[in-house]
Design a protein around this ligand. Structure first.
Ligand code: XMP
Length: 517
């Protein structure tokens, strides 16, 4: 049975995926659609609630994303957030003006009237605001339900029409009761029952996969990353040995990672597991290459050559499976990326693979294509994948290849693997790992002079990188405590052969990127 659906209409704001994730955390299935999706299409999906997102524009800009007022005649409850709130007012005949004083950051609001949206929310609470326009005149039939010192209309509504609007961002954790407000909209206004539950997802997906695959075979490219690992575990639960996972180890993974992936999938899950060790072959191809883009190209091309050759050898029968997740579809434009006014799409990495023409499967299966990363992790945990894998940090496709600057050699790989393992171990031990989104070592291909005992040394410099971020579009360098940095530095110089100096990368993104190449 299909889940009840909430539609998030994307007007190009930066928190759009966050809104969708928060809705799902409330146990409600939702999808992000472009703001200009035809009304008939929206109606055909039979949503029980619609949320207008924020956006970077002003409703009076001609080029801003707008919407016809017919959407309010569907009889489906609407919640407008930030730009979406102003759009509700503008579309229904109210007025929006520039603020005398813009509001940005944590702001105190006061509830002015009884509202189901503010059920179980104190009369005064902190919310996250970010706006330079405000609703200066309400459409007919609406009343203000909250204000702040500088915004007379922080929330308004027309309960009879089931239209609600908030100037602040309930999806951001700084809005202390934001989750409650979204919950109230979904459950009290829209009447959702909370049928989006990960246990049910596993069961229904397994049933669906069994029905779709029948007695055919499935081949999955396993990278050792979270998404393909969870897809593998789910497919294994559905069809066991009809599944073959092909794992290409290009020799550029972290220390012992290839063996760990093999152990996990051969010992804990029922499937055919094929590991292709081709580190030497990759090193041959990379000999003498120092240009970052050329390295990426070679590693990428070689990876798929090896992968598809293995598929040809094992036989391209049945279905091809991939670990595509929901944000991959949004980012790549295959799904519902906002057009005008959309947030800049910077990330181009995704899980979608172009298949060579001579390889013909019966179809492609993407069992996780509706899930956000947090949901993929929840499914992975329920399926019994070890937490090292489920909570694995993002790791670039070209692996350590983009963390060894200059030419890649066997010795440099070994030094970096050791250094990276020591750094990660120390961060884990210090208990700050969960606060950091990514932390790793880089080998900048720089030698420096040092002293050890009575000897002069001339050895490698190691750089360490640790970032905090919400979405990797921007990132800040992590303020790791000095004593942790001191232990890391000591251990790197003492335990890793050929290292005599350590530096900490204190560059945010932008202007830097997370990776060095
Ligand atoms: P940058 O360096 O672009 O990294 O700031 C942002 C995030 O993306 C990861 N990254 C990659 N992921 N293939 C991937 O799957 C790649 O080629 C790649 N390059 C960077 C990076 O580790 C960070 O998490």
């Amino acid at each position: 049975m299909a889940n009840q659906l909430c539609i998030v209409l994307d007007f190009g704001g930066q928190y759009n995926q966050l809104i969708a994730r928060r809705v799902r955390e409330c146990g409600v299935y939702c999808e992000i659609l472009r703001y200009d999706t035809p009304l008939s299409e929206i109606a055909a999906r039979k949503p029980a609630g619609i949320i207008f997102t924020g956006g970077p524009n002003s409703v009076y800009d001609e080029s801003s994303p707008h919407i016809g007022k017919e959407i309010f005649s569907l009889g489906v409850p609407v919640l407008g957030i930030c730009y979406g709130c102003q759009l509700v007012a503008y579309t229904l005949g109210g007025a929006v003006s520039a603020c005398e004083k813009s509001e940005y950051g944590k702001i105190e609001i006061t509830a002015d009237a009884e509202s189901v949206l503010f059920k179980d929310v104190p009369q005064q609470s902190t919310v996250w605001m970010s706006h330079t326009d405000f609703v200066s005149r309400l459409p007919e039939g609406f009343t203000v339900t909250a204000h702040s010192a500088d915004c007379p209309c922080a929330a308004f509504e027309n309960p009879a029409q089931k239209v609600y609007a908030v100037q602040f961002h309930p999806e951001v954790t700084h809005s202390v009761f934001g989750r409650q407000i979204l919950h109230n909209f979904l459950y009290e206004v829209c009447g959702f029952t909370g049928d989006w539950v990960m246990d049910d997802f596993i069961e229904t997906t397994v049933q669906r996969l069994r029905a779709e695959i029948g007695d055919k075979k499935v081949v999955l490219g396993l990278s050792g990353g979270v998404d393909s690992s969870v897809a593998a575990a789910l497919l294994s639960r559905a069809v066991g040995r009809q599944l073959t996972c092909v794992f290409v180890d290009q020799g550029l993974m972290r220390k012992d990672e290839g063996d760990f992936v093999e152990q996990t999938f051969t010992k804990l899950f029922d499937m055919n597991f094929v590991r292709v060790n081709c580190g030497k072959q990759f090193l041959e191809k990379l000999r003498g290459v120092t240009d970052p883009e050329q390295k990426r190209r070679i590693i990428g091309t070689e990876f798929y050559n090896v992968f598809w050759d293995k598929i040809r050898e094992t036989g391209a029968e049945g279905f091809f499976a991939q670990g595509t997740i929901y944000p991959d579809r949004i980012e790549s434009g295959r799904g519902n990326e906002a057009g005008q006014g959309s947030t800049a799409v910077i990330k181009t990495h995704h899980n979608m693979v172009k298949m060579p023409e001579d390889i013909q499967f019966d179809g492609v299966i993407e069992p996780l294509c509706d899930l956000f990363k947090d949901e993929v992790r929840a499914v992975g945990e329920k399926l019994g994948i070890p937490s090292e894998l489920v909570w694995r940090q993002p790791f670039p496709g070209p692996g350590l290849g983009v963390r060894i600057l200059g030419e890649i050699t066997e010795e440099k790989i070994r030094i970096l693997q050791e250094a990276d393992a020591v750094f990660r171990d120390e961060i884990e031990k210090s208990g700050i790992a969960r606060e950091l989104k990514q932390f790793f070592a880089v080998l900048p291909d720089v030698h420096t002079v040092g002293v050890m005992g009575d000897h002069r040394t001339y050895e490698h410099l190691i750089a360490i990188r640790a970032v905090t971020t919400d979405d990797f579009m921007t990132a800040d360098w992590a303020r790791i405590p000095y004593d942790v940095l001191a232990r890391v530095s000591n251990r790197l110089c003492n335990e890793v052969a050929h290292v005599n100096r350590v530096v900490y990368d204190i560059t945010s993104k932008p202007p830097g990127t997370v990776e060095w190449e």
